[in-house]
Write a protein of this length. Structure first.
Length: 295
């Protein structure tokens, strides 16, 4: 496919098996028990439908361009921003997608993505820093410890590793989006699955739409985790696709997606615990969504 092009093609049986195996592997160790079993069972029941799902084909130049835009959104496109720990959070945020990394013994409601990225690049033959090979847990236990270590050899090695794998991180972001669709269809109500699939494909039909999908699923997740809910309502990609009110294509589909995303995020803030003071983040979130229609 030539640079700048976006295409849709069939996964087929082999692609379906690969996606389902990856989903099974990514679900291990989550402690979700029956919930994981239900999702896996649903995936197998949906196997014939998943076999016909669309896969996103992005030229390398498009993948890099999307990665750079996500990097700009998350940390201003700076090298220093590749290693962050935000105030009020109990995890480090690393790389262009601010992939979450929890210290040992610390967990939260959000999906931990940095160890998955480490496995992703290791599978492509990238040499890992020794401390990443030795443990899957973040070696710093708090934001204070993390910031105090900013000029240590270990942190410099981590930052260099992240700087050297920018293109791999962009590829990882696109892969996460591809794997999101079967997860979302497994979670969605039977009556809305076909509509969710169609809306996904409509938005994915342009380079700006692919950017919107890649950024949002990295930004707010797939919307399939029970832990990522306030008042029983999620804020992930699934909820945005379900909230799209029109059956449009091209730029209109991306605009419709952005409008739905704004409603979903505003609703999240409305439902959030007052102690989290999430209203302080909403203007920045909405500004980020605006880049989808400016891309």
């Amino acid at each position: 496919m030539k640079a700048g092009a976006v295409g849709i093609s069939s996964l087929g049986a082999a692609g379906t098996a690969t996606l389902m195996n990856k989903f099974r592997s990514s679900s291990r160790g989550t402690g979700r028990g029956p919930r994981k079993t239900i999702l896996l069972t649903t995936l197998f029941l949906l196997a014939p439908a998943i076999a016909a799902l669309a896969t996103i084909n992005l030229a390398p130049a498009d993948t890099r361009r999307i990665g750079k835009k996500v990097w700009q959104n998350e940390c201003g496109g700076t090298l220093a921003g590749l290693t962050s720990w935000n105030e009020g959070e109990n995890f480090a945020s690393l790389g262009i997608g601010h992939f979450i990394w929890y210290p040992k013994g610390a967990r939260g409601p959000f999906d931990e993505s940095f160890p998955k990225f480490v496995s992703f690049v290791a599978g492509r033959g990238v040499t890992l820093p020794e401390f990443l090979r030795a443990s899957g847990d973040c070696p710093w236990n708090s934001r204070t410890e993390f910031n105090q270590a900013s000029q240590t050899e270990r942190m410099k090695n981590l930052r260099q590793f992240l700087a050297n794998t920018i293109d791999h991180q962009a590829e990882f972001l696109v892969q996460r989006l591809q794997e999101a669709l079967p997860k979302m269809l497994a979670e969605a109500a039977a009556s809305s699955r076909e509509r969710v699939r169609q809306q996904f494909e409509r938005v994915a039909g342009s380079s700006s739409g692919c950017y919107a999908l890649v950024d949002y699923v990295n930004f707010k997740g797939e919307g399939v985790l029970a832990t990522e809910r306030y008042a029983g309502q999620g804020w992930g990609l699934l909820q945005v696709l379900e909230g799209m009110s029109q059956e449009s294509s091209g730029p209109d589909a991306v605009k419709n997606f952005a409008e739905s995303a704004k409603r979903v995020l505003t609703n999240r803030v409305r439902n959030s615990p007052p102690t989290r003071n999430e209203s302080r983040w909403l203007p920045g979130w909405l500004h980020r969504i605006n880049t989808y229609i400016q891309h």
